[in-house]
Design a binder for this molecule. Sequence first.
Ligand code: BGC
Length: 355
Amino acid sequence: MIGRTMNPRSRILRWLALCGGLACAAALASAAGTPEAAPEPDPVAAAINERLGRGINLGNTLEAPHEGLWGVTLHEDDFAAIAQAGFRSVRVPIRWSAHTATRPPYEVSEAIFRRVEWVLEQALEAGLAAMVNVHHYDEIFRDPAGHEERLVAIWEQVASRLRDQPPEVVFELLNEPHDALDAERWNALHPRLLAAVRASNPERVVVLGPDRWNAIGQLRHLQLPAGDRRLIVSVHYYEPFRFTHQGASWVGPRSQEWLGTEWHDTPEARREIERAFAAAAEWGRRHGVPINLGEFGAYSRADLASRVRWTRAVRDAAEAHGFSWHYWEFASGFGAWDPRTRMWRPELRAALVGE
Ligand code: BGC
């Protein structure tokens, strides 16, 4: 296992190598800066965001109630296929809450730790960076008060267990806070989750996003934790929703009415994406944090030509602003990879990473 066998000294050297020139540049820039200047991004967070680069979500695997239930089980070969296609990282959605006791001290099961460590080992061996998150903790969105302590306990254990993973493994505190976990509650909770991580991972890059499903429009309500900029802020983009989610059963019956919605690559359609991403980029600059587009994708009920046009346009806009990104997702309903033939869908792959 790459991370767990690395000795502490070589770990520190790796962190230093990563900071190197960037730290110098940041120090010089801040010495010359005016008091009003936006804070400099943390050089390690900036370097890791670049390292994440182009990525893909291993969706419908470990965030299903158990792996396989939603039709996808990860294979050893998947990681090489992802790396060979030109992706640089994977986002690993995990339903930790399904593998954690419901009473204090909220013990996380050994089996899920082993599986996640296997995923990280495969990813790192293939040369892929990885983002480990907490996904589909549905109970906390209905009843935050009843679940916040449990989520803190999950992060204490996950962070401690994964503490020896290399710096290109990053932790995302919670996918898509929404409903009762609104901006105010989320702003009170995420510093506690970060503190739980920092107890064992003082240097790890941590990812968090705004409430309402990581909506770009909610960035204005996100209050970053004081005194810690080893952070990446992540947003999701699925607009126009009736195009990307046409026929998506989990959205409800109205999504059936959207079937047949096409997306055309017009200047106005591109401007709409650009407006949203420019706002996210500007917020990131003002707060001194790099931006990750953690999810974007169009469901397979939309026509393939429209999906390809939209995917390419969103990718272009994300890259124009220097965001790292993760396509939603690898091998399921939005999949760029066909698990039956074990081949890429060539048009989607080309839209994401070129021929
Ligand atoms: C959810 C998935 C869903 C996707 C698109 C993700 O955050 O976890 O279940 O398919 O968004 O709606």
